[in-house]
Design a protein around this ligand. Sequence first.
Ligand code: SAM
Length: 305
Amino acid sequence: MKRKQNLKINNTFSIKADVTLYLGDRLDLIEQIKQCGDKAELIITSPPYNTGKEYEEQTSLEEYIKAQSQTISACVDILSETGSICWQVGHYIKGSSRNKEAFPLDLVLYPIFKENGLILKNRVVWHFGHGLHETVRFSGRHETILWFVRSENYTFNLDPIRIPQKYPGKRSYRGDKIGKPSGNPSGKNPSDVWDIPNVKANHIEKTEHPCQFPVGMINRLVLGLTNEGDLVFDPYIGVGTSAVSAVLNNRRAAGADIMQKYLDIAEERIRKAWEGTLKIRPMNKPVYKPSGRESVSQIPKEWKE
Ligand SMILES: C[S@@+](CC[C@H](N)C(=O)[O-])C[C@H]1O[C@@H](n2cnc3c(N)ncnc32)[C@H](O)[C@@H]1O
């Protein structure tokens, strides 16, 4: 696709905009998209988890599920026939210390997607290295992405998201291809377990948002589940990571957030992505493994005494 000269960012939805960043409730933006008759090829989001962050009011689990149900049904109304919905969630934690009870949000929300007639393709496990150090339960180091489609005629492009094989030199030992390399020269399927650093303190993509997506993770979904020119929609867009990925890959994007300060950062990131100046961790960069020689890898002398 030929790259346009200028990037058009709107604050209300228009089919002609490259990006829409709407300040307000996600249902209002979905209504605007519906009125324009556009459809999203990919709806990707990480909703609030009802944990009382600065952008959400903590409510009962029942109320939370009701609000999520409204969002999901409205999203299905603007999903294309070949489209996908990816819902990235962790746990809602009730209580504190020993009284903590964990509710895995993918389990809680799965029935809502089924009631809306969607088909689950994968439950991707996102494993990462940083988080709270718990003392009376295991420290949480994974979240999940539920990937649903509307029909079996869904878009899936494996080639742009292949990853290097562990043993590219492997050869077939029987059959027609005996003695020939057995893998695909373009790499292998990235599987449904993704080891991608989460965006915490030292990550090059870190902004002031407490829980932003890593761009590389969203690139995998945008490249795999959409084609150029398609619309990528995020009902809870935060600092705009899904739109950054859309712009980097010549897709259109739209998203809502109730916090102006996040949308300001989103706009700046999207413009930088368009100009090629946004710092991004590459999609398939392996997780850093310490060599063992760094000072922080050494056992402190006090522990040896
Ligand atoms: C988990 S964060 C999403 C972060 C995003 N994935 C990113 O990479 O920046 C959830 C976002 O939902 C926004 N939000 C909360 N209630 C909303 C609503 N009713 N409509 C739209 N956005 C909302 C919050 O302000 C917050 O930025």
